[in-house]
Design a protein around this ligand. Structure first.
Ligand code: ADP
Length: 454
């Protein structure tokens, strides 16, 4: 069986769908192959927020930001190990990416709110309605459907094909009934298969730390297929050892906790002894390591009703109720009660909070120099949540250039082969900042589309 298109896109996450929409919009034919029975990948289960400087929302909120500051934060967040050229492209195209989502894909964003993830100098993450990748994938999927883009679910790409001169010209895939289909690509193939966080063997191959002891936040489909397939054509890899854990996940399941995002609105991180141990708005890798070094490898977030009201906790009531049912979260009228539930040192915790509340009054955190506003814990009821890190993002992957062309081991672009999204490496260095994955997939998904049609 054989089908012919201008472009074949592998993976129907945020990167693949963005690329396909741009390709079809430019008048070319495109098919998207998706191995799962549903679209969306990790984009779907993400919070959906994306960073961009100088947006209409920043303007409305009077937040001063710049492309350079965003670029600097991103480079610094990755220990200056990222490819600066790629980060420049990311920063230069971020605002257009949010506007494209708003105007072309009809994604609806909160107009009066931005998130400030760890490592960012100012709030700059646009927040899609509901605070979930559902809004993004729902709208990207609807747009693809409206444009009559075939999205072939349960169709797994197994091999990227090339002609005798090495020009990539198609994909061999297998559908759910086991039938082999050759998808010919006249112009090229875009790899958008996401990361390899769910592939324990591959994790261990590149970084022995991240073995089976770690739980995962990611979809089971994140098995690094695109990396493995492109490697067979000589693709170079970059930064494969850089694997990110998300610091505040559900210790029962590994699932990333959005309720714990109260951290960005003021929640305080403590340990079983009732002490703080890290700045709450530090980078993900720093907080993760710090939590793992505490008793039982667990951290505890505590917040009060003021912080709750500042946050978007109410968007995540389903998760909230589940956490309560699992004994991972307690809400009660006093600090004693919430602390006792987790057998936390009550006296020490009360002292910690008393001190912290004084920092809030003085406007300075003398212990960890917490950035942003410091909010005292004073208003009952109180909330206390148990959290631990889990594998979240693989920063490494296929080496690409600023045109999203996949680069081979000799440093040359592989003709006809492009990649975008988590499958690529080099954009986030050693550590990806929150809100930068979605910016990455939209920016480079669109660039890959432009390049493949050149
Ligand atoms: P990104 O954020 O980079 O877009 P996602 O994780 O959101 O990445 O999406 C990647 C998508 O690619 C997922 O839906 C995943 O199921 C799909 N995928 C991964 N490997 C294959 C494969 N071999 N064939 C088809 N689809 C794949």
């Amino acid at each position: 069986q054989e089908e012919v298109y201008d472009v074949v896109v592998i993976g129907a996450g945020g990167a693949g769908l963005s690329a396909a929409i741009e390709i079809k919009g430019a008048g070319a034919s495109v098919v998207v192959l998706e191995k799962m029975a549903f679209i969306g990948g990790n984009t779907l289960i993400s919070g959906g927020e994306l960073n961009a400087p100088e947006t209409w929302i920043q303007e409305k909120l009077g937040i001063e930001d710049s492309i350079d500051l965003y670029k600097e934060d991103t480079l610094k967040g990755g220990d200056h190990q990222a490819d600066e050229k790629l980060v420049t492209v990311l920063a230069n195209n971020a605002r257009q990416a949010v506007e494209w989502l708003r105007d072309t894909v009809n994604v609806s964003f909160k107009e009066d709110y931005l998130m400030q993830f760890g490592g960012h100098s100012v709030p700059r993450a646009a927040y899609p309605q509901g605070g979930s990748g559902n809004e993004l994938i729902g709208k990207l999927g609807a747009k693809a459907e409206e444009m009559n883009i075939p999205v072939r679910k349960q169709t797994k790409a197994e091999e990227i094909l090339a002609d005798k001169d090495g020009k990539v010209n198609g994909v061999r895939a297998v559908d759910k009934d086991g039938n082999e289909i050759i998808f010919k690509a006249n112009k090229g193939v875009i790899v958008a298969t996401g990361g390899f966080g769910a592939n324990v063997e591959m994790r261990k191959q590149y970084n022995s730390e991240y073995d089976e002891r770690y739980m995962e936040t990611v979809q089971p489909s994140s098995t690094g297929d695109g990396i493995i397939m492109a490697q067979k054509l000589g693709a170079a890899l970059v930064g494969m050892e850089n694997i990110q854990t998300y610091p505040t996940c559900n210790p029962a399941t590994g699932i990333l906790s959005y309720v714990a995002d109260t951290r960005f609105n003021g929640a305080v991180l403590i340990n079983k002894e009732g002490n703080r141990f890290v700045e709450e708005l530090e980078r993900r890798d720093v907080i993760s390591k710090a939590i793992l070094a505490q008793t039982d490898g667990m951290g505890y977030l505590i917040w009060d009703t003021t912080i709750k009201n500042n946050s978007h906790m109410d968007d995540y009531m389903e998760e909230f109720n589940q956490l309560v049912a699992q004994g991972m979260l307690i809400k009660a009228d006093t600090i004693e009660e919430v602390a006792q539930f987790f057998d936390i040192n009550v006296e020490q915790l009360k002292q910690t909070i008393e001190k912290y509340n004084q920092y809030a009054v003085n406007g300075k955190d003398e212990d960890f120099n917490r950035r942003g506003e410091i909010i005292g814990l004073t208003e009952a009821p109180y909330y206390l949540q148990k959290v631990t890190p889990a594998i979240h993002h693989t920063m490494g992957g296929l080496k690409i250039d600023t045109e999203a062309r996949v680069i081979d081991n000799e440093g040359n672009p592989i003709p006809g082969l492009f990649a975008a999204g988590e499958v690529t490496g080099g954009i986030h260095g050693t550590n990806r900042l929150g809100g930068n994955a979605i910016t990455d997939i939209i920016v480079f998904g669109r660039i890959a589309a432009e390049s493949v049609l050149k």
